[in-house]
Every structure is written in C-alpha cells, then in structure tokens.
Design a protein around this ligand. Structure first.
Ligand code: FAD
Length: 455
C-alpha cells in the first residue's frame, strides 16, 4: 500500500507523527509539499518567509534523500494537487498535521471531502504543530481558555507524548513528478539580516541554546541589548523544530531559565487554542471595546513614521528598524512598538499586525494577531487598558542604550541614557542630530486613549 504525507507547517523529519504513521502503515510514501496559491492570494507569501521556506524545503529534501527518498513539491490549489498526487501514486491514505487557523481548518475540511470522494482516507495528527493540542484542555463551560494563567496550569499537567526520532529509510514510489525546489536566491526583497532556515539549522540552534544561554533566560529575556532569547520562533513557525521535542528537552535541561522558556512555549499553544476555537479572531476583535481606531487614511503620516522607524522615540524606532533589517524583532520591542501604534497613536491594530506579517520571518496568524490583540486590549490581556510608556520601557529594558545605538545610527554617538530622550540634549547638540522630534506628546496620546476607552 502507498501513502502520501502532506507537509505544511511541520517541515522536519524528527518527531513527525504523520510521517511515522505513514511509514509504519504502508510500503511506499510520497512526502509532499504544496505551495498553496491561497496563501499567496491572502498576501501571506512575503519575501522573508518565502526565502526561509525555500531553505526549509531544500533541507527537508536533502534529509529525505539521505534516507533513500525525496521531497515532491507542487504548486497550485492544495486540494487539487494532493488529489493529483494521490492518483499518480495510486495512494490509499493521506497523513497531515492539524492546524489552528481558519484557512487551515477550511483546507482540511475541503481535503477530507475531496479524498473521501475518491475512497481515500485522510488522517489528521495532533501535537505536530503544538505541544498540547487545541481543545485537549478546556475549562468548565467553554471550548477554550480565554486567560493564560489557568490555561498554563492545566497545560503543565497535561502529559506530553514522547518525541519520535527521525526515520531511517523512506521509500518513494516512482512516477510522481515534482516542481524544482525553490531557492532563496530567487526571492527578491528579503531583509539583509534574515536568518537561515531548515531543520538542521534549527536543531543546531536548539542544541546550542539548551547547552548554555537558556539558563539565563529568566533574568535576561527582556534585555533588549543582550538579545538573550532563543530566536527559535521561525523554526517553530515552519515546524523545523517540534514543540513536543522542545518541551521535553527544555524540561530535561531543567532550572528556572528552562522553566521560563517552557512557559513561553505554552503561550504559543495558548494562542493556537484561542484561534482554533475562534478562527475569526485572526481579523475581528476577540473582545470588542467599542474602539473608533484611527484608520490608514486618518493617520497616514503617523503610520508611515512608525513603519519606517522615524517616530522620534528611539526605542520604538530601533525596534522597527530591527524588524526591517532582520525580519525579526525582540519580544519586548514587539510589545512596545505595538502599544505605541495601537494605544499611543490610537491606530487600528490590524494595520500594525499587517505590517508585522509583511516582514516577520516568524509571522504567524495565531501568534501575531493574538499578541497584537493582547496589546491593543481587544484580546486576552486581563488589563486591557495598560499603556506602555516607551521612555520608561527603554530605561528599564535597555538601560545602557546599547539597543538604540545599534539600530538608530543617528544616535550612535549619544552617550548614557539621554539616548532615550534626545530632546533633552542641549539645543546645539540636538540640532546636529539628523533625528526627528517625537511625532506625538505621550500625555496627549494617553489622554486620547483614556477618553476613547471611557476612563
Ligand atoms: P523566546 O523568548 O526564546 O521564546 C521561545 C518561543 O516561545 C518562541 O520562539 C515562540 O514560539 C514562543 N513565544 C514566546 N513568546 C510568545 C508569545 N508572547 N506568544 C506566543 N508564543 C510565544 N511570535 C511568533 O512566533 N510569530 C509572530 O508573528 C509574533 N508576533 C508578535 C506580535 C506582537 C505584537 C507581540 C507582542 C508578540 C509577537 N510574537 C510572535 C511573540 C514573541 O514576540 C515571539 O515569539 C518571540 O519574540 C520570538 O523570539 P524567540 O524565539 O527568541 O522567543
């Protein structure tokens, strides 16, 4: 018998339950990736993620070839392409991972129906893209947790299945054609400092992370200049690393740093279980606050200044420039730039979320949209009206100003903490800097927000 394994957000060989089930149950297996036109159509196929994806597919193909197989790549409508491959290979079953987004849920349903019509069974596997499946833990009287802390308690008690090794041998049937593998060299407009993708790269990073830096994660995860987080987010987004394996290995490493790291992995699962239960939360307010956000038209100049890192608030500008340069941003930067847009400038969070998705290599509907909603106060934050002050935040999380100096070249020569408040410099020094004045007075922003939220 013959199976097809459809890879989606799980581009790896280690700990891959769909692949394991296919190899155990059938003699021949087609490992398949479909470059889904619907993803392009929705504007999700942006240069940074396409480049990282190309690395991942090449690495997956190389890993399969070492084991006697290869990766089949197709392009077009995902359901049509899977059905075509099933016919070409004369396959009996298809295996894939479950996923949370509205798009993924619709895709799975369409695929199931199309395959059933051909008499082919679709097996959908949980705990491939999450450590704990959405819906595996639920509170009394609801289909998902709306608050993280109680979710985390239950998540921590949930037994995580053992991680699987990589397969030794993969045998692919003859006669199934493939498009050429994409290459990052063919992608235009990628960020200069974009990280490399692929499972091998991800595993190297994970091992290095667990061997040392994770132990300081608890104290240092908010240190902007220290940059002491794992940078594993793109690997989790593309599934070159398995969240199940990460939880096990981090727990084995032990200590407060590893525990704090595991807690962040739970945040990832938390957002996925919210999105799985409320797929519309990718675009609609999870908890509407009757906001009258400023639109793109009303706030054009402010939005442009924010996107380009010219708001006149150094830490905001540093983070926005890091995003453009690396296709990645430190979590503390994400929090305060998002708060600045949604609350200080009072611009619709969807506009900011879109810009993040255009650039982030880890850009992910669940994590991006729901973190944006958390910050905007329309999501799961239990204190929806808190506003981050970018100057206070900068002094706390970039006390020596190293982060700002690294990313805002105009301020590289400003010493001490004044780098966070260049408007305090003597007039002549201030005038010599080619750096904008703040585009908004923080107290004006706060007053507008409080009034808008009726407080
Ligand atoms: P670490 O601190 O090393 O954390 C380890 C892993 O835990 C991360 O790789 C990530 O998978 C997960 N994680 C950490 N924090 C969060 C969180 N708050 N929510 C969910 N998962 C988390 N993360 C994305 O993966 N994709 C996004 O598109 C994304 N957009 C964001 C937008 C905003 C406005 C904010 C505030 C946060 C966003 N995050 C997003 C969450 C977080 O900022 C990143 O996951 C983190 O900065 C990635 O760096 P790291 O891998 O070094 O994280």
């Amino acid at each position: 018998s013959i199976s097809v394994v459809l890879f989606t957000s799980d581009l790896r060989l280690y700990d891959h339950p769909p692949l394991r089930a296919a190899l155990d149950g059938t003699e021949l297996t087609v490992p398949l990736f479909v470059r889904d036109r619907a993803v392009d159509g929705a504007g999700f196929a942006v240069p940074n993620r396409l480049a990282f994806l190309a690395d991942c597919l090449r690495d997956l193909d190389a890993g399969l070839r070492e084991r006697g197989g290869r990766l089949v790549v197709r392009e077009g409508d995902l359901v049509d392409q899977v059905c075509k491959v099933v016919t070409e290979a004369d396959a009996d079953e298809v295996h894939m991972a479950s996923d949370a987004s509205a798009h993924a849920q619709r895709r799975e349903e369409r695929l199931r129906r199309a395959l059933e019509a051909e008499g082919v069974r679709l097996h959908v596997h949980d705990t491939v893209t999450t450590a704990v499946a959405p819906g595996a833990v639920i509170p009394a009287g609801s289909d998902h947790f709306a608050v993280f802390t109680p979710y985390f308690r239950r998540w921590s008690d949930e037994l995580v299945r053992d991680a699987l090794g990589a397969p030794r041998k993969v045998r692919v049937p003859d006669g199934v054609g493939s498009e050429p593998l994409p290459s990052r060299d063919d992608v235009r407009g990628i960020s200069e400092g974009l990280a490399a993708g692929g499972e091998q790269e991800g595993r190297k990073r994970l091992t290095a992370w667990l061997r040392g830096p994770v132990s300081a994660y608890e104290e240092r995860h908010d240190d902007l200049a220290g940059d002491a987080t794992s940078h594993l987010s793109p690997h989790l987004h593309f599934g070159t690393l398995s969240p199940v394996e990460l939880v096990h290995r981090a727990r084995r490493a032990g200590g407060p740093g590893a525990e704090a790291f595991v807690r962040q992995l739970a945040w990832r699962d938390f957002h996925r279980q919210v999105l799985a239960a409320r797929p519309d939360a990718g675009s609609a307010d999870y908890r509407p606050r009757h906001d009258h956000w400023r639109s793109e038209r009303e706030a054009r100049d402010d939005i442009e200044a924010w996107r380009e890192g010219r708001t006149g608030y150094p830490v905001v500008d540093a983070a926005m420039r890091q995003l453009r340069h690396e296709g990645w941003m430190h979590n503390r930067g994400r929090l305060l730039t998002a708060s600045f847009l949604a609350k200080t400038l009072y611009v619709d969070w969807r506009i900011g979320a879109r810009h993040f998705l255009d650039l982030l290599v880890d850009g992910d509907v669940a994590n991006n949209q729901l973190n944006w909603q958390w910050v905007a106060g329309t999501g799961t934050d239990t204190r929806p009206n808190r506003v981050f002050n970018p100057v206070t935040q900068a002094k706390r999380y970039d006390p020596d100003g190293g982060y700002v100096r690294r990313w805002v070249a105009e301020l590289a020569g400003v010493e001490g903490r004044t780098v966070h408040e260049p408007w305090r410099l003597p007039d002549d020094e201030r005038a010599a800097l080619d750096y904008p004045d703040p585009i908004i007075d923080l107290s004006d922003g706060l007053a507008r927000f409080k009034q808008a939220r009726g407080r």
